[in-house]
Ligand binder design. Structure first.
Ligand code: DSN
Length: 427
């Protein structure tokens, strides 16, 4: 074996090693409040960085197009069994590389190009792959969007039902990337059956809450359920699809060979690891705290004069109208970044600002909860956010908040061993 094979990353590529070290510090010394992000365990990272990345395994366990698959077969079987145990689904495909590919696989398994999909409007909290005109979904299918009501800013189920009867879609989609209320999967499933449509829930954001039994499960009500595994579920960056047994063959064929080639077996193994973690009692305690933290944060921000869309949150995420306090979502995102608080600008329903400015920011509690922060820290953080945004163009005000963010982060260490290791390596 050449010496190339045995050198450390820092020796082979100091540039990339330094970038990773900087990212480790950024994660450790910023308040990560992007609702779709989380921190995976060292065990998940170990599986992701394993030799399973070497293996080609096109096909499914026991039916591969390559030899030498006995161990990756076992990893995929474990991932499937654990996913079934968590979600009580009939069938699962753990190979999708991402949430987009999971969604694409469902569409390709049961729809023809040009078929009608009824899906939640991105501007009201939906997702790009649920029918945005620039996305493959909007380019391949006829999309009828539903949204939230202006009064309650919660899903307009009556409009959804009316549109379903009027347009007779082949598929009704639910699930969202910026929606803070419980989704009534039972009701949407009933509407789908009434109009002869198939149904799909994309639970990427709330999968961890569903896994812990803290959000009603869509499984009994939907034909397909898709998710990513890296948000509240706290696993590797990847996707997954669950479905009724009757669709299993079509779905598996749509994932491979229609959408994907070889699965990323290191990611499949890491999914198995995160599912094992999700089956432990501590995972439920974590998810309960995610919800409690989000509620306290929403209440404190509301007391500070921000408007929380729909008046609060039932889950891990909230949409905060910052325009009511005189700034755009973009200005808020940038000011908070200077202060060490990471969020993303987000349009609010019926937004009067263009999407690149937006009236809101989306804030989530999963990552900070993983660090061990609880209600008292959420109160402090709401105060820091409010203080930063009160004087959003003042760099020295942001710097003063930044110092307090650093101290808070130091009290809740993250990836400590990695920081020590990388600082020794880069010296
Ligand atoms: N981009 C993800 C999010 O931030 O919600 C959804 O795919």
């Amino acid at each position: 074996m050449t010496s190339l094979m045995n050198r450390s990353l820092a020796q082979v590529d100091p540039d990339i090693a330094a970038i990773i070290a900087k990212e480790e510090r950024r994660l450790a010394y910023n308040l990560e409040m992007i609702a779709s992000e989380n921190f995976v365990s060292e065990a998940v990272l170990e599986a992701m960085g394993s030799v399973l990345t070497n293996k080609y395994a096109e096909g499914y366990p026991g039916k591969r197009y390559y030899g030498g698959c006995e161990f990756v077969d076992a990893a995929e079987e474990l991932a499937r069994a654990r996913a079934r145990a968590i979600f009580a689904c009939e069938h699962v495909n753990v190979q999708p590389h991402s949430g987009s590919q999971a969604n694409m696989a469902v569409y390709l398994s049961v729809l023809n190009y040009g078929d009608t999909i009824l899906g939640m409007n991105l501007a009201h909290g939906g997702h790009l792959t649920h029918g945005h005109p620039l996305n493959f979904s909007g380019r391949s299918y006829k999309i009828v969007p539903y949204g939230v009501t202006q009064e309650t800013e919660t899903i307009d189920y009556e409009e959804l039902e009316r549109l379903a009867h009027e347009h007779k879609p082949k598929l009704i989609l639910c699930g969202a990337s910026a929606y803070s209320r419980v989704i009534d999967f039972e009701r949407i499933g009933r509407v789908a059956r009434d109009v002869g449509a198939l149904s799909m829930a994309d639970i990427a954001h709330i999968a961890g809450l569903v896994a812990a039994g803290l959000h009603p499960s869509p499984i009994p009500h939907m034909d397909f359920v898709t998710t990513t595994t890296h948000k509240t579920l706290r696993g590797p960056r990847a996707g997954m699809v669950m479905c009724r047994e009757q669709f299993a063959k079509d779905l598996d064929r749509a994932v491979f060979p229609t959408v994907q080639g070889g699965p990323l077996m290191h990611a499949v193994a890491a999914k198995a690891v995160c599912f094992k973690e999700a089956l432990e009692p501590e995972f439920k305690t974590y998810q309960e705290q995610v919800i409690r933290n989000a509620r306290v944060l929403a209440l404190e921000l509301s007391n500070a004069g921000f408007r929380i869309i729909s008046g609060g949150t039932d889950n891990h995420v909230m949409l905060v109208d910052v325009f009511v306090r005189g700034l755009t979502g973009t200005q808020a995102e940038k000011a908070l970044e200077r202060a060490g608080v990471t969020v993303n600008k987000n349009a609010i329903p019926f937004d009067t600002q263009p999407p690149m400015k937006a009236s809101g920011v989306r804030i989530g509690s999963p990552a900070l909860t993983t660090r061990g922060m609880k209600e008292p820290e959420m109160k402090v953080i709401a105060g820091l956010i409010s203080e930063t945004l009160a004087d959003f163009e003042n760099e020295s005000a942001a710097k003063s908040v930044r110092e307090r963010v650093n101290r808070l982060c130091e009290s809740f260490p993250m990836y400590e061993g990695r920081l020590v290791r990388s600082s020794a390596q880069t010296k």
